[in-house]
Design a protein around this ligand. Structure first.
Ligand SMILES: [Zn+2]
Length: 373
């Protein structure tokens, strides 16, 4: 018997080592329990004395990606009907196994009873898992229904706002513009930047430039780290609508919070295209940004204004700047878990949080300016 316990101890990683082990006179080979869990369950039926090790084995199989074996064990525990091992809790474990295995319809089936009939804590667990399943299935409509029916007010509001956005995009693709717009309005009332940004795009597509301008401004006021997303469309709209002065004032205010080179680039362009002189306060920012060397536009402008260069020298500088990599967006990063991705995503593929991915440049800038305060 001691030999068996030693064998199991060796096999389990430390955090899965239980305090109790199956008590039996039989001995068996490690390979048997690795290879044929059904046989093992038959030889050693689940009981109060060995149930802990079965839970731990199921966990071990999950870690190995052998979800079918984890399901077999959880089902066997459930069938044993042991005191203190609630069927709904086990149903959630099994649903979790199916979810991890990617068999999402089976996972959903397991949760039906738990969501409506289990105690509060278990029901919340079922709710959270079900929501994750529906998100993975990209079934936005049912995910929204689930939150509206079972979610608590205030919890995960950013998630709900993003589910509205996902569903709005789907509906617009299907040609249901009215419903799509009403979902975006709902999302905008809750939280986050994405609904504001999508509404801006939507208004622009439908020729409503003034409203689009307002929505993009709201994105920046809500979160200046989204400069990469809306500075250029705002610049374009301000020129079309003759609202350059308003935008310059807004950029000046936001630059205090987020000293992004994107604002400075846009100021140069706005002044140039509307034939206005650049104000003194912006000149100081341009000088500083030119020395940081983050932007071709800014560096070139500063040289033009300040350096005593001939046309030939400027042409040479131009070719050097053109070949230098001064891009402000190397990649995008999740502010919550640090995962780097190539393009902007609204949901992090690693930690699954919504609206936590930013341009690496803006994020770094924001953390260094916070630190220096
Ligand atoms: Zn993340």
């Amino acid at each position: 018997m001691n030999k068996l316990i030693d064998l199991i101890k060796q096999c389990l990683p430390s955090r899965f080592r239980p305090r109790r082990y199956p008590v039996t006179d039989d001995t068996f080979e490690l390979t048997t329990f690795e290879g044929d869990i059904e046989q093992w369950l038959q030889n050693y039926p689940v009981c109060q004395t060995n149930v802990d090790i079965y839970y731990n084995l199921a966990e071990l199989f999950r870690r190995r990606g052998e979800f079918d074996k984890a399901v077999s064990i959880h089902q066997a525990i459930s069938l044993a009907k042991l005191e203190g091992h609630e069927p709904f809790k086990l149903a959630i474990e099994i649903a979790h196994d199916y979810y991890s295995a990617g068999v999402l319809s089976h996972a959903e089936e397991m949760l039906v009873g738990a969501l409506d009939e289990a105690d509060d804590h278990t029901s919340r667990q079922a709710f959270r898992l079900w929501l994750a399943i529906l998100e993975k299935e990209q079934d936005w409509h049912r995910a929204i229904e689930l939150i509206e029916k079972h979610g608590t007010p205030g919890s995960g509001s950013l998630r709900l706002a993003n589910l509205y956005c996902q569903y709005a995009i789907e509906l617009e693709q299907r040609g249901d513009y009215a419903e799509s717009a009403s979902l975006l309005t709902k999302a905008m009332r809750i939280e986050g930047c994405r609904a504001l940004f999508l509404s801006g795009l939507w208004q622009e597509r439908h020729g409503k430039q003034v409203l689009a301008f307002q929505h993009y401004v709201a994105v920046l006021k809500n979160n200046p780290l989204r400069a990469d997303l809306v500075v250029l469309p705002l610049q374009q709209l301000a020129l079309e609508l003759g609202r350059q002065a308003e935008l310059l004032a807004l950029f000046a205010e936001l630059y205090q919070r987020q000293p992004s080179v994107r604002f400075v680039e846009s100021v140069i362009e706005l002044c140039r295209l509307s034939h206005q002189p650049v104000s003194e306060s912006w000149s100081a920012a341009i000088r500083q940004q030119a020395h940081l060397g983050r932007s071709t536009i800014v560096s070139r402008y500063w040289l033009e204004q300040n350096a005593d260069c001939s046309e030939t020298t400027l042409a040479l500088v131009d070719s050097v700047l053109a070949s230098a990599d001064l891009s402000t967006t190397e990649h995008y990063v999740c502010a919550q878990c640090g995962r780097a991705v190539e393009k902007l995503l609204w949901q992090c593929p690693q930690c699954e949080a919504w609206e936590t991915i930013y341009s690496s440049y803006e994020l770094k800038l924001s953390s260094s300016s916070t630190q220096s305060l």
